[in-house]
Ligand binder design. Structure first.
Ligand SMILES: Nc1ncnc2c1ncn2[C@@H]1O[C@H](COP(=O)(O)OP(=O)(O)OP(=O)(O)O)[C@@H](O)[C@H]1O
Length: 262
């Protein structure tokens, strides 16, 4: 089922066409990678999808709603969640409090006089933490967690709103290879379990080729390649764009063999 249909999307900054007539589809239950060299238009495209930027033209149809130009909060309410490059959790709060706060925000509750704050949505928060393998850490402060675990908590926070589509901006930035693979394996599991659509930007080709169901490739604002890892890897236009950028198109042998880099 098509969850997201982007048609002829464009954004110019003065004379610069940051995104130029880009069209693609994303299905429910699909992990779609948005890649391209520096300045290709990935962030601009991503920010139009989450409402931070207004497109110059084009359409973004999400789950039957036209969301191009809508405000971030309205897009979020329709079921588009996001995670950030830098994890957006509160260090001084515990893991479960961070998730409870997301649940309170979803329900637009400010406070409830008759309930102690610690019990609000506690069961639902634990259930979300179980999904991301963090229930055992519920009472720990986010500030003391390993970075990979913080990113898991961030995923639980994003899931609190029951998104149909999750936008992940360089989810594995700053992570060691093992953490990177664990996070992407978890993301893939969530995609399958919840029939979630995920669109992620990523610089690590290892991650992209190992986990994405489909890739779209931007260069100078234009979509120049689309398809599964094999198709994109062998696309002459894509190879040309990446030639000389130092990015490898062959996953490291150890990664390909067992999904875990040395
Ligand atoms: N706010 C802005 N004002 C002017 N130009 C911009 C703005 N944002 C992006 N651009 C330009 O648009 C083009 C695409 O930038 P964008 O950040 O979307 O690329 P990117 O693929 O995300 O790059 P990177 O991988 O380096 O983050 C670049 O030429 C950039 O300089």
């Amino acid at each position: 089922m098509t969850l997201l249909r982007v048609s002829h999307l464009a954004k110019s900054f003065g004379g610069v066409k940051a995104v130029d007539d880009v069209s693609f589809d994303l299905n429910a239950g699909q992990l779609l990678a948005l890649i391209g060299p520096n300045g290709a238009g990935k962030s601009t495209c991503f920010n139009m999808l989450n409402g931070q930027l207004k497109p110059s033209s084009g359409s973004i149809l999400f789950d039957g709603h036209e969301i191009a130009g809508k405000r971030p909060r309205d897009i979020w309410r329709l079921g588009v969640g996001r995670t950030f490059q830098i994890a957006a959790t509160f260090n001084s709060m515990t893991v479960i409090e961070n998730v409870q706060m997301a649940l309170v925000s979803r329900d637009r509750q400010l406070f409830n006089l008759w309930k102690p704050a610690s019990s609000i949505h506690a069961d639902e928060a634990i259930a979300l933490l179980e999904q991301v393998g963090m229930a055992a850490h519920a009472k720990r402060a986010c500030g003391v967690l390993a970075y990979g675990d913080v990113k898991r908590v961030e995923l639980a926070i994003a899931l609190a709103n029951k998104p149909k589509l999750l936008l992940m901006d360089e989810p594995t930035a700053g992570m060691a290879p093992k953490e990177r693979n664990d996070l992407m394996a978890l993301t893939k599991q969530l995609v399958v379990d919840h029939k979630l659509g995920v669109l992620f930007t990523e610089h690590s080709m290892d991650v992209v080729f190992a986990y994405a169901d489909k890739l779209i490739v931007l260069a100078r604002g234009k979509l120049i390649g689309e398809g599964d890892a094999e198709t994109v890897r062998n696309d002459p236009r894509v190879r040309e764009v990446y030639f000389g950028t130092g990015k490898s198109f062959t996953p490291r042998a150890s990664l390909a063999a067992d999904g875990v880099a040395p």
